[in-house]
Design a binder for this molecule. Sequence first.
Ligand SMILES: [Zn+2]
Length: 208
Amino acid sequence: MESIVFLGIQGSGKGTQAKLLSKVLNFQHVNIGDLFRFHIARQTELGTKVKAVIARGELVSDDLVFELIQASISADVKGIVFDGFPRTMLQAKYLTEHYTVRHVVFLKLDESEAMVRMCARRNCPSCHTDYNLISKPPLAEGVCDHCGTALVQREDDTEEAIRQRFKEFYNQTLGLVTFFEERGLLREVSASGTVEEIATKIREAIQI
Ligand SMILES: [Zn+2]
């Protein structure tokens, strides 16, 4: 099955761009973070394991990730846009063995800009709408546009936890970038600019 992979530091808009591209191509969008949250919210066995790991600021094991992916992919999809996967070399090898990777879009953004964007994220605990105080603020300060609930930061969005994730991201991504570059799959795109500007640059980079 065909797949396109998004790599990028958190705050690079990777999730938004992966979702947009999946709609354009009519591919299934597989966001690993969403898969984790889905299982945590339903308190499944996998979800309970994932929750404990994330609370410690660590990364979820490869086997657990493969299990979550296998459980989530629909049999009749045309292709997949992976978002938040792979994160390790073992995952990258698993990916190339199980899927035909067409492009790996690497969204580049410097760490200080990514931190500012990450610390501005808010979420409605009631209807789960996402906000960003910089790029997508609520109409009234601190409350959800749709249901009026007070907005919160995600448990794993503290500055310390974000820094830890950045560190892990750089440690692991360097190897992945080389791995995909050697296979001629890497497409580097700057993640500065508006959502539409970045989307245009991505479409140019993968020639669609
Ligand atoms: Zn709400």
